[in-house]
Design a protein around this ligand. Structure first.
Ligand code: AKB
Length: 320
């Protein structure tokens, strides 16, 4: 029986991962950790919740002991654009917080999931077919924290035998909880604006290709990796995973197929462009496919069709 603690359940991934893990392992076996922002009603009503801050190790220990936790999903982080505005806070959550979780896991025998990102790469990385093992010299604080988290996770496995596993997520597209402060957020916002206003102003320029993934695949990736046979994992941490790669023109054309009078213009954010220009155009995720069977289900057309359907229904009900 697994007893799971998720740190960061109010966030984009945490809100949906909590519900998915509860449906698999049982509502009472998945503890929703939150900090300042309360999780969604679904999360609050379906199982236990606890205030857990990754930067407060004593609080993590209390919750781990109270629920006999054996697995921690540590999703606490400041996303890339906001991390550039608040680098000290990004370091505290993204490095000190990761260290705290790993130390608690070492002392209490927990497995740990760590979400790294395409942000762990940088301008000197090969940006096409970015290999699993390659140059990582990011020039953003977000990237620095992600590389540190990858290395710490490897270290805790090799030095202490902590069962650490992790993924390099691309931009995640979803329709339950909005992302906040990311460089790839535009690929979510475009759907909300298309449904509400039939127009969207894009903060990244045409030609900016980035890896992306729909939320159901992102949840499968985390769960399948944590369930994978450890004997088959050569990398364990920081697997490249991708499902699609597009630029703003391509996603706008896909939206137009459903909403013919949709229009997009540009008001490029220099800060976001500077970050996106250093991230892969498309990653090679063959290690994840070979070592634990990564096989995403959603490409751009299926993802866009589902996003517009779900967000359209929410709009019709007056929920957005
Ligand atoms: C961001 O844009 O900061 C995130 C990410 C790709 O890690 N969505």
């Amino acid at each position: 029986m697994k007893n799971i603690l998720i740190i960061g359940t109010a966030g984009q991934i945490g809100s949906e991962l909590t519900m998915r893990l509860r449906s698999i392992y049982g509502n009472n076996n998945v503890i929703a950790g939150f900090r300042k922002t309360m999780p969604s009603q679904d999360v609050l009503e379906s199982g236990p919740k606890e205030m857990v801050d990754a930067t407060m190790p004593e609080r993590i220990v209390e919750v781990v002991k109270k629920y006999n936790i054996d697995t921690i999903y540590n999703l606490a982080a400041l996303l890339s654009a906001v991390a550039e505005e608040r680098p000290q806070a990004a370091w505290n959550v993204g490095v000190n917080g990761v260290y705290n979780v790993l130390e608690v896991a070492r002392e209490h025998g927990c497995a740990v999931f760590f979400p790294s990102s395409i942000g762990a790469f940088g301008p000197s990385t090969p940006l096409d077919d970015t290999p699993q093992d390659t140059i990582q010299r990011p020039n953003t604080m977000y990237g620095v924290t992600k590389v540190a988290g990858e290395l710490l996770s490897d270290y805790y496995f090799k030095r202490f035998g902590v069962d650490t596993r992790g993924l390099r997520y691309p931009g995640i597209i979803s329709n339950v909880t909005l992302p906040g402060g990311g460089t790839t957020d535009y690929a979510v916002e475009i759907f909300y604006e298309a449904i509400k206003n039939k127009k969207f102003t894009c903060p990244l320029p045409a030609g900016t290709f980035l890896d992306m993934m729909y939320m159901p695949d992102a949840l499968d990736a985390a769960i399948n990796l944590m369930e994978a046979d450890p004997a088959k994992l050569k990398h364990r941490n920081a697997f490249n995973v991708s499902a699609m790669s597009f630029d703003p023109e391509i996603i706008a054309a896909e939206v137009k197929k459903h909403i013919p009078d949709f229009v997009m213009d540009y008001d490029v954010s220099a800060a976001k462009k500077a970050i996106a220009d250093t991230w892969p155009n498309n990653m090679d995720d063959s290690a994840a496919r070979a070592e634990w069977g990564w096989d995403p289900k959603y490409k751009l057309p299926e993802m866009a069709g589902d996003m517009l359907k779900v967000i359209g229904e929410k709009h019709a009900k007056g929920l957005i």
